[in-house]
Design a protein around this ligand. Structure first.
Ligand SMILES: *Cc1c(COP(=O)(O)O)cnc(C)c1O
Length: 357
């Protein structure tokens, strides 16, 4: 695969944020981006790394009207020895194409996805922050750019990757968040696009999120779209419930996003002496188990925040506190171990790390 590197003029180089505690999440972008086009009859063409810049797009482009679009999210870490590590990027490459298949987008060859990201990250290595909790967030995106108003798969696409140096996802850091179980709106239904990482899922979840925020909650926990009874996931996180040393998460049922962090927790937890279980979780049973003290901790998992402890879970008129509002021991151990592997402080027994040359 041949990637053309478009020169970056010195005057286009941005000033990097010197105070890494002020990075926030997804606010700053690096100097370059990966850009690839797909055209019907031609396939993938014109692979290039070019200066980060706005697109000029026709207002009729399909992505603006019918949301034919998918994305991914992964991180690069700069280790103390200077090496740059990606965490299980093959999983993101595979999921990208699974999402794409659901939205009739052309598959991106895994090698193009991985090599493109590696070369881009390598060129932008000076942008990777090194302070505790920081990393370089990688956002691959695939959009339909054919300018036509007919509802159909596009005949022209942009696959691009942008990079953002990030701090902690939540402004408050590793602190328990308050979650409201959503009993009105739904995120996904069986047969829908819940399993695909597509922008449309997020657009349709904004209203619930906003209303929850007004009531003082940080996130909503979605129930299944048919009965509004079974636990699915939180906005951009899969959910785990800890019963002492037993960890339970919702089974992948077609409307839940199959998280890389979720899969990592399921593989990592047994090595720390915990048992894991994927099953259907009835919200009424869950509330009863929290009430009775059987559920000792709850946390969310996702690339952006890695592991997020839950302080309070509210459903209908009942609000229950978990772990006395503190960070639980299991949650803390999983966070420490996972971030330890990602940042090179702990040995990677699972072969999850892929170094950037
Ligand atoms: C990205 C995402 C997750 C988390 O997946 P990771 O691969 O762990 O980052 C969970 N739920 C939804 C809806 C997502 O989009």
């Amino acid at each position: 695969m041949n990637i053309k590197i478009v020169p970056l003029p010195a005057e286009k180089m941005k000033t990097k944020i010197s105070d890494q505690s002020k990075l926030g999440f997804g606010k700053y972008f690096t100097d370059r981006m990966l850009m690839v086009e797909w055209k019907a009859g031609q396939g993938w063409c014109d692979v290039r790394i070019e200066p980060y810049a706005p697109f000029v797009l026709d207002p009729a482009c399909l992505v603006f009207h019918y949301a034919q679009e998918i994305f991914e999210g992964l991180k690069a870490y700069k280790w103390a020895d200077g090496r740059i590590a990606l965490f299980r990027p093959e999983m993101n490459a595979r999921r990208f194409n699974q999402s794409g298949d659901r939205l009739c987008l052309p598959p991106v060859p895994e090698e193009l996805f991985l090599k493109g990201i590696e070369q881009l990250v390598s060129l932008e290595r000076d942008w990777i922050p090194t302070a505790e909790g920081t990393s370089l967030y990688i956002r691959p995106t695939l959009i339909a750019v054919e300018p036509v108003l007919g509802v159909k798969p596009s005949d022209h696409y942009y696959f691009y990757v942008i990079l953002s140096p990030v701090g902690a996802y939540y402004a408050a850091g590793f602190n328990p968040i308050n979650i409201m179980v959503e009993d009105q709106y739904v995120r996904a239904v069986p047969g829908g696009t819940g399993e695909a990482k597509c922008g449309g899922n997020y657009a349709s979840s904004l209203k619930a999120g906003l209303e929850a925020k007004k009531k003082g909650y940080d996130q909503v926990l979605w129930l299944d779209g048919r009965e509004r009874r079974y636990i699915e996931e939180v906005g951009a996180m899969n959910m785990f419930f800890v019963y002492g040393t037993h960890i339970v998460t919702a089974a992948l049922n077609g409307s839940i996003l199959s998280g890389v962090t979720r899969d990592s927790v399921l593989k990592l937890a047994p090595s720390l002496g915990y048992t894991v279980e994927e099953r259907q979780i009835d919200v009424h049973d869950l509330m009863a188990d929290i009430r009775s003290g059987k559920v000792t901790e709850a946390f969310g998992s996702g690339t952006a925040a890695v592991i997020t402890p839950v302080g309070k879970l509210c459903y209908m008129d009942e609000c229950l506190q978990l772990t006395g509002g503190n960070v639980g021991e299991v949650t803390q151990r999983l966070y420490d171990t996972l971030t330890g592997i990602q940042t090179g402080k702990l040995k990677d027994e699972f072969g999850w790390v892929r170094f950037v040359e």
